[in-house]
Write a protein that binds this ligand. Structure first.
Ligand code: CP
Length: 293
C-alpha cells in the first residue's frame, strides 16, 4: 500500500490505472466510497491554493474523514518554532495523513522523511505536483476513452518553472503519449523531449494542448518586457486552433488572455473545469488507497 506520494514515480502503471478506474467508479456512482470517519487529515499549505486544497477537502468530505486546514500564518512558526517541530507536534495529535504545499522543491522529500503518517505532496517548488498530473491523466484517459497510446500533447508556457509540467513530463509518456514542449528558450528546461518555440507548429501535430501559467513568483530575472509580449507568441487563441477538435487543458490558476484567451475558456473544447471536477474523484481514490485498511 502506498503511504507517501512525493512524485508520480511513487506509483507504478498498474497502481495508476487502478486509481483512474476507481475515480471513475466514484464519479459514476458505481462504487460506494469507504467510510473514513475515524481518519484525520491535515492540510499544511505554505503557498496559496484554490483548487488543490478545496479539492482535497471535498474529497475527504465525500469519504467522511476529518479534514483540517492548518493555518500557517497564525501558527507558532512566527514565534520561532521549527518546521520539524511543527510536523512532530501535528503528528503527535494522532494524524493519519498530512498533505503539504511548500515553495521549496525539496520540501516534500523533507516532510516525507520526517513523518510516520501517510503523506501527499500537493506541490513542492518546481519539483512535482503529482495529484495534478494524475487528474490531468484522468481527464485525458476519459476524453480519449483510454486510448492514449500515440497521442501527442503540446505543453505550452513556463515549463522550466512548472511543477505541473514536470509531473506530466514524467507521467504521460508512461501511458504512450508523446510530449512536445512549447516555450521561449528561457522557459525551457534541459530535456530530451522534443521542443519548439512555435506554438503554431506544435498545434499542427497536437492531439491535445495544455497551457501553463507564467510562474512570475519564481522568476529571478525579468524574462519579458511584459506578459503581453509573451502572450503575443504563446497565448492559446481560437484563431491559432482553428476548427481543430482538440481538448484544451490548463491546471489553473489561468491568466486570462496571457495563457489562454477568454473566448477559448468558454469553448466546448476547454476541459479546465472538467479537470477540476475529476480532481475530486481522483483524490478520493488516492486517499482511499492510502487510508482504507
Ligand atoms: N492547479 C493548482 O495547483 O491550483 P491551485 O494553486 O489553486 O491549488
Amino acid at each position: 500500500m502506498l503511504t507517501q506520494l512525493i512524485h508520480t514515480k511513487n506509483l507504478n502503471d498498474s497502481e495508476i490505472l487502478a486509481l483512474l478506474e476507481r475515480a471513475n467508479a466514484f464519479l459514476h456512482q458505481e462504487a460506494t466510497p469507504p467510510n473514513l470517519t475515524h481518519k484525520r487529515i491535515v492540510a499544511l499549505f505554505f503557498e496559496n491554493s484554490t483548487r488543490t486544497i478545496a479539492s482535497f477537502q471535498m474529497a475527504a468530505s465525500r469519504l467522511g474523514a476529518y479534514f483540517s486546514v492548518f493555518n500557517v500564518q497564525k501558527s507558532s512558526a512566527s514565534k520561532g518554532e521549527t518546521l520539524l517541530d511543527t510536523l512532530h507536534n501535528l503528528e503527535a495529535m494522532g494524524l493519519d495523513l498530512l498533505i503539504t504545499r511548500h515553495h521549496h522543491s525539496s520540501s516534500a522529500i523533507y516532510f516525507a522523511k520526517h513523518l510516520n503518517c501517510a503523506f501527499i505532496n500537493a506541490g513542492s517548488g518546481t519539483l512535482a505536483h503529482p495529484t495534478q498530473a494524475l487528474l490531468d491523466l484522468l481527464t485525458l484517459y476519459n476524453h480519449f476513452k483510454g486510448a492514449l497510446e500515440g497521442k501527442t500533447i503540446a505543453i505550452v508556457g513556463d515549463i522550466k518553472n512548472s511543477r505541473v509540467a514536470n509531473s506530466n513530463m514524467e507521467l504521460l509518456p508512461r501511458f504512450g503519449m508523446r510530449v512536445i514542449l512549447v516555450a521561449p528558450p528561457h522557459f525551457l528546461p534541459p530535456t530530451s523531449l522534443p521542443t519548439t518555440h512555435s506554438l503554431q507548429e506544435a498545434l499542427e501535430v497536437a492531439d491535445v494542448v495544455m497551457g501553463l501559467r507564467t510562474q512570475t513568483e519564481r522568476h529571478c530575472l525579468q524574462t519579458y518586457g511584459s506578459l503581453k509580449d509573451y502572450a503575443k507568441d504563446f497565448c492559446l487563441r481560437g484563431a491559432l486552433l482553428g476548427k481543430r477538435q482538440i481538448p484544451i487543458l490548463h491546471p489553473g490558476p489561468v491568466h486570462r488572455n496571457i495563457d489562454i484567451e477568454d473566448a477559448l475558456l468558454d469553448d466546448p473544447r476547454c476541459q479546465v473545469l472538467e479537470q477540476v471536477k475529476l480532481g475530486v474523484f481522483l483524490r478520493m481514490a488516492l486517499m482511499e488507497s492510502m487510508l482504507a485498511s
